[in-house]
Design a protein. Structure first.
Length: 429
């Protein structure tokens, strides 16, 4: 077990052009069969949110495995048994196959009612979309709805309860076993009706969203935020969790300092007995080219950091690697620990820090993305980009592959927390 580590992360400031794309952008396909304004609204909403959006108005021709392989998430807008938007049995089988393999699925109001008979294909469609408008479900006439967000989930994070204008409430929708309800609407009589829930179909993430029955209801700010959250979460194709939320399986470090609390990895430098050297909890597994997505919180007067491409060495410091600093005034610092260059992006701090500080959620979890490809490392802290290209070929070669680690600093008391840790391994073109 490793009890002390040191790391490098070189990230010099990247230009806006180099890092302009939203780090969590996905390739989305809106599946329709009807050319109307609502399709335009959906496309504009997702494009404005930073995603790459395509539309098919010919599902019978385009819903095959070869074409669907290009997308991270499918957005089902219309009833797949309706006039103009009907799927063939082969289309249905192709969609089910790619979702099982990991393509995300977002099901909207109209698509929720598709394949509503008792055939084998219809039952499988129901399982794939996690239930919906079938069986005894009833749909009200349009009215303003008060949408209550039920859980702090990646789909709904940052979205408060909102008023949804002139939308149709579905009463008693079917929800498949294992689904997690994220949003409800009070039916005006006696119970809350679920309107958004999530599940999995094989390896694919599925979001069922019963809001947005027509163009006008899709234009609300609340619906737009929710739609983007649905697509972004479902579209994490190829990512896998490297922290199970309950144990430190797959990680190694000094367990005097590291534990699991409330679904997060927590490192504690206690006030009653301060650490004499900083510590890193590292993955057992090594990674080459990859993208890491993680939520991080730092409490205390010392910095923390996320380590990538760490390797063991027989010098003063037991490991070297690339570290994205965070905490106090070091969010966005790039520090070479275990080498001689130390702060690698000092010259851009004057420009970078106002952007970082404006985006930070002090005392709360912050979203961090780190992407490593060849000699290039890009990172985003709550969407603010930083980046570095390693030009020392001997260093680049030595740190081409390594572990991912989380830092707990020595000195003054500190608590650091990391959760929702997932990785996508990238193939070189």
């Amino acid at each position: 077990m490793w009890t002390r580590t040191t790391t490098w992360i070189f990230l010099a400031f990247a230009t806006a052009t180099a890092c302009a794309e939203k780090p969590t952008a996905v390739n989305a396909l809106i599946v329709t069969g009807i050319r109307d304004q609502s399709t335009t609204v959906l496309r504009e909403t997702l494009t404005k949110a930073g995603h790459r959006v395509h539309v098919t108005e010919k599902p019978s021709a385009d819903l095959n495995r070869e074409k669907l392989a290009a997308y991270d998430v499918l957005v089902l807008k219309d009833n797949p048994t309706g006039a103009g938007s009907a799927w063939t049995p082969e289309n249905r089988q192709a969609v089910a196959a790619v979702v099982k393999e990991g393509t995300g699925l977002v099901v909207l109001h109209q698509a929720s009612a598709g394949f509503n008979d008792d055939s084998t294909g219809s039952r499988e469609y129901r399982r794939m979309i996690a239930g919906g408008r079938r069986g005894g479900a009833k749909t009200d006439q349009p009215r303003d709805l008060s949408v209550t967000i039920q859980q702090n989930h990646p789909v709904t994070r940052g979205i408060g309860s909102f008023r949804q204008p002139a939308d149709k409430l579905v009463r008693s929708p079917q929800i498949t076993e294992g689904s997690q309800v994220l949003a409800t609407v009070f039916d005006g009589r006696e119970q809350d009706e679920p309107v958004v829930w999530v599940n999995h179909y094989g390896n694919g993430r599925v979001v069922h969203n019963l809001l947005g029955h027509d163009t006008a209801s899709m234009k609300s700010d609340g619906f737009a935020e929710l739609l983007s959250g649905c697509v972004e979460w479902a579209g994490e194709k190829g990512f896998r969790m490297i922290f199970d939320g309950n144990t430190l399986d797959g990680w190694e470090g000094n367990l005097r300092y590291w534990s699991v609390e409330n679904g997060a990895i927590v490192g504690t430098n206690p006030s009653w007995k301060s650490m004499v050297a900083h510590d890193f909890l590292c993955t057992v597994e090594d990674f080459d080219d990859f993208e890491l997505r993680i939520e991080a919180k730092v409490i205390g007067q010392r910095n923390s950091g996320i380590v990538v491409r760490t390797v063991k060495q027989r010098y003063k410091y037991p490991i070297a690697g690339y570290e994205v600093d965070m905490g106090v005034m070091r969010w966005g610092w790039i520090f070479e620990e275990g080498g001689s260059r130390q702060i690698l992006n000092r010259d851009v701090q004057k420009e970078l820090q106002p952007k970082i500080q404006a985006a930070l959620k002090q005392g709360d979890f912050n979203d961090v993305v780190v992407r490593c490809i060849d000699n290039r490392i890009d990172a985003w802290i709550n969407g603010v980009p930083i980046g570095f290209t390693e030009t020392k070929q001997d260093v680049a070669q030595r740190l081409r592959k390594g572990k991912i680690g989380l830092q707990l600093h020595d000195g003054k008391p500190q608590v650091v927390s990391f959760r929702n840790i997932r990785v996508k391994e990238l193939r070189r073109d």
